[in-house]
Design a protein around this ligand. Structure first.
Ligand code: SF4
Ligand code: SF4
Length: 200
């Protein structure tokens, strides 16, 4: 039992599998996508905001590339032994954010590629287009010391738009699910709250 509990918390020796809490959130997002995908995709306002979100995500990525941030991150990964996307960051992601990724056409990864890294980290960086605000905002000192403040400020503008559309999309999805009888989303991964999202 102790061993099982340890596995549910993601403390296995290899650390590759998805924990119980991530399984619940991913299952919620996938079942909503399956059962309500048509309703969500058919809502004109949501369709517009998802297109805006997509555009703003691409604009943020472009600004990162143009500022030289991606190059620093790539060499950090190769030369300094790995990026800052550590194991456990996936716990910050709730069901609706995973559902947004499905609506953007991205399957949710279920196998950790590196035991020490975030579940969503691929060989070329983050696999999710819709990221948590912490992931969007984070810039380490290697970047802030080397990139000129104007480029960072331009990036912050783009990221601000990305976060705004993320918020609008999420609220719209939750409203539509409420109207159409969707189940409440699992939002917390703490063991004390487990009952909250496994009870019928
Ligand atoms: S943000 Fe900093 S620590 Fe993270 S990958 Fe980029 S350079 Fe490395
Ligand atoms: S940016 Fe992506 S890979 Fe990195 S911690 Fe966030 S979700 Fe994980």
């Amino acid at each position: 039992m102790k061993r099982l509990d340890s596995r549910l918390r993601g403390n296995d020796a290899k650390g590759r599998f998805v924990t119980f809490y991530e399984c619940i959130k991913i299952a919620w997002a996938e079942s909503c996508y399956r059962d309500f995908g048509e309703i969500l995709r058919g809502d004109p306002k949501l369709e517009q905001w998802i297109a805006d979100l997509n555009r703003s995500i691409r604009a943020s990525h472009r600004a990162m590339e143009e500022a030289g941030i991606r190059e620093i991150c790539r060499s950090c990964e190769k030369e300094d032994g790995g990026s800052c996307c550590g194991k456990g960051m996936e716990r910050k992601y709730d069901g609706p954010l995973l559902l947004i990724n499905l609506l953007l056409g991205q399957d949710i990864p279920k196998t950790r590629q590196n035991p020490r890294s975030c579940l969503f980290l691929g060989t070329q960086g983050c696999l999710l287009p819709a990221r948590h605000v912490i992931c969007i905002n984070y810039l380490c000192a290697k970047i802030t010391d080397r990139i000129n403040p104007d480029s960072i400020s331009m990036l912050r503008d783009k990221e601000g738009q990305e976060i705004e559309y993320l918020f609008l999309v999420k609220e719209r999805i939750l409203n539509l699910l409420r109207i159409h009888g969707g189940r409440d989303s699992p939002t917390c991964s703490h063991p004390q709250n487990r009952k909250q999202f496994i009870s019928p």
